[in-house]
Design a protein around this ligand. Sequence first.
Ligand SMILES: *Cc1c(COP(=O)(O)O)cnc(C)c1O
Length: 375
Amino acid sequence: MRPWNFSAGPSAMPLEVLQTAAAEMSDWHGSGMSVMEMSHRGKQFIQIHAEAEADLRELLGVPDDFAVLFMQGGGIGENAILPLNLIGRGGAGKADYVLSGSWSNKSYKEARRYGDVAIAASSGDSWEAGEAEQGPWTWFPDPAIWKVRPDASYVHFCSNETIDGVEFTDWPDLAELGAPNAALTVDASSHILSRPIDFSRTGLVFAGAQKNAGPAGVTLVFVRRDLIGHALPICPSAFDYSNVAAADSMFNTPPTYAIYMAGLVFKWLKKQGGIAAMEKANAAKAQALYSYLDSSGFYANRVHADVRSRMNVPFFLADEGLNAEFLKQADQAGLLQLKGHKSVGGMRASIYNAMPIDGVNALIAFMQEFERRHG
Ligand SMILES: *Cc1c(COP(=O)(O)O)cnc(C)c1O
């Protein structure tokens, strides 16, 4: 059996997907070519791309008025590509950001290079004091306290803070917050495809694939078509959503192999019963791990219970002096990549779609045994 891999990203892929890719590595469907060796303009890759997009649309129920783009540059690339495309829309050059952890802070800092960017709300302790934002990031600002400017072009937040373990799914209606013309934009990199998305609430969702959708190298962008076509003149052509959408994600050579692999993940998801089935499984996995953490005096998760991430579970040992021993023994027990992000410390278990409940139960059993011996 392979070890259980709790990496935050790039992260575990379904074994079946890896095996299919291995079997098709040197000859894709009798074409005599590896997917890596095909022209992106040839009929084989056109089919791979079209199926990937159709499966993705079906899985998430993406409305027709949204374009689905397969881009490059990752989540951090989108932190710039998004403002370059959207901040000029409406003319005021303004955007508002909600800060709830490491990733939304990065998005905010990058966007400030391109316009008048303000903080709509923050769960950072020093926000009201106007100081640099610091963690710990353990809650999510309720939309009721967001200060949204009526002429903002868009309002951005991160729906799953991968590093801090904060997930927010109750997406607000911006008209009710006084900004009917603003688009809600969301970095969903680390929980895309783990649960449904309410596209009626958002104008743009982006997600780097390497957490829950495939290998690194491709970024999924879902963008409402009326938001396309407002790029700033300095926006690189290859990152202008209107060019990418008009060329069906083939304005330049797309990351063909990563799109193929993501496509295999989409087919695997459909076989598992789609997003509804994944959501149920993910809820059960998270429930098992959090209830164990809460029942233990030896381990702790500090995130407010209503916004705890189903995908990324940071936790701490009461005695931090045992961290190295915990990681060493976990590794020996076949439980890989549990070290927390350096900005948070402690441990982090990322339990994406590809992690079955058996892996979570194996982690809990190991933690119980470790507590018994060291508690
Ligand atoms: C991983 C991650 C990113 C960064 O993705 P890159 O592909 O490294 O650019 C951005 N946002 C979130 C929420 C992430 O989890």
